[in-house]
Design a protein around this ligand. Structure first.
Ligand code: GDP
Length: 369
């Protein structure tokens, strides 16, 4: 297939030669849809002013009729990227229809996890985001766990409703849909899917045995998730496939941790305390002195501090520093969308900072575990 000559954003002639000149596009970005120049890409994804991404707007527009319909909504989120994959604004669109929050990838957490406490924690987060959930179900599409509970809940709430399945990309939606289909329709019969009437996006209706439908909606691309920013080959490094092995670091103030070359955590001020990193086990953590951190990064990014590889370094936006003052009292996570989180175990307060590419969502929250 021929590749586009012009940026589908601003219409400029594309070129891969000179970053400083208009129309520049990195070779790899031709694989991304839409094909747009780096400038448009930056405006689209990192403009602070339009923090609600266009794609979410599009998505919610697509959903705008659902409030008037008799629907059951299954909203799938990724436990590893909870705040990054939660669809804020969903409530307005679903009206009074029930929402089941299916929290996928629960296999990533340690076996000892207190699941009830976890469910309460999630309920709190949903409340903060204005989302009412009829039920929160923890599942693992990969391990085939939690589905009985999910299907039970679906049966209880379904009545005469169609089932809408919504979620961000990479949350495990495909796997879950397949499972629903195999439980609700005749496997002997080949599945016929059809495009949802009146939409140009890939909204797919899957008929169930009882004359109702599962509606699979397109995955939302959220620009603030690290998993959307990295090259495909580095996706495996950020998105954990296996249970997280919490890595505990006893740090003095003035120490820094690097997560490969993907991010950095500074303990700036506070009493000696421990920090627990919940990140993919494939990412190597390097400890150094805060005062050495800048030069270490300059000298060793793409080599010692990798991924990304040297060739991919400039494809990511510049790092941005986010400083936080952690108060005394309850335990806090520093959450980095798509990369994981760092639990501040001390309760006597600390000043810390996180460095990640501009646009990646970083926030503090009460500790998940
Ligand atoms: P979709 O984009 O939402 O349809 O997500 P996919 O079903 O394609 O899954 C996206 C990625 O998440 C894949 O790399 C899966 O291997 C991984 N994944 C999906 N479900 C789980 C799960 O339950 N646990 C873990 N650890 N990974 C999962």
């Amino acid at each position: 297939t021929e590749r586009p000559v012009k940026c589908s954003g601003c219409g400029i002639k594309l070129q891969t030669v000179n970053k400083e000149l208009p129309g520049y596009i990195p070779e790899s970005a031709f694989e991304r849809e839409p094909v747009i120049c780096q400038r448009c890409f930056r405006i689209k994804n990192y403009n602070e002013a339009s923090s609600v991404s266009v794609d979410q707007d599009e998505f919610l527009h697509l959903l705008s009729g659902v409030g008037e319909k008799n629907a059951l909504v299954i909203h799938i989120v990724d436990l590893f990227d909870f705040e990054g994959s939660l669809i804020s604004g969903l409530q307005r669109f679903v009206g009074n229809n029930p929402v089941i929050l299916a929290v996928n990838k629960c296999d990533l957490l340690p076996k000892v996890t207190n699941w009830n406490k976890l469910r309460n924690w999630m309920q709190q987060r949903c409340k903060e985001h204005g989302l009412r959930t009829a039920e929160i179900v923890l599942v693992s599409a990969k391990r085939n766990q939690g589905f009985e509970r999910l299907l039970e809940t679906v049966s209880e709430l379904r009545g005469q409703r169609d089932i809408y399945v919504v979620g961000a990309t990479n949350v495990g939606k495909s796997t879950l849909i397949n499972r629903l289909i195999s439980d609700y329709s005749d496997l002997e019969q080949e599945l016929t899917t059809s495009r949802y009437p009146g939409t140009t996006l890939d909204m797919v209706k899957i008929p169930l045995d009882d004359g109702h439908y599962i509606i699979d909606t397109p995955g939302i691309v959220y620009p603030w998730r690290y998993s959307e920013l990295v090259e495909r080959r580095d996706l495996g490094a950020v998105m954990p496939e296996n249970p997280l092995k919490p890595a505990v670091y006893q740090l003095n103030e003035g120490q820094t941790l690097f997560f490969g070359g993907l991010g950095r955590f500074d303990f700036i001020q506070g009493p000696r305390q421990s920090f627990t990193c919940y990140i993919s086990t494939t990412l190597k953590i390097h400890r150094t002195k805060l005062e050495r951190a800048d030069s270490l990064y300059q000298d060793h990014r793409g080599e010692l501090l990798t991924p990304p590889a040297a060739a991919d370094m400039d494809k990511l936006p510049q790092w941005q520093r986010h400083e936080f003052r952690i108060g005394r009292g309850s335990q806090t996570d520093l959450f980095i969308s798509g990369l994981g989180w760092i639990k501040v175990n001390g309760t006597e307060g600390a000043v810390v900072a996180v460095h990640v590419p501009r646009g990646v969502k970083v926030l503090t929250r009460p500790s998940l575990i």
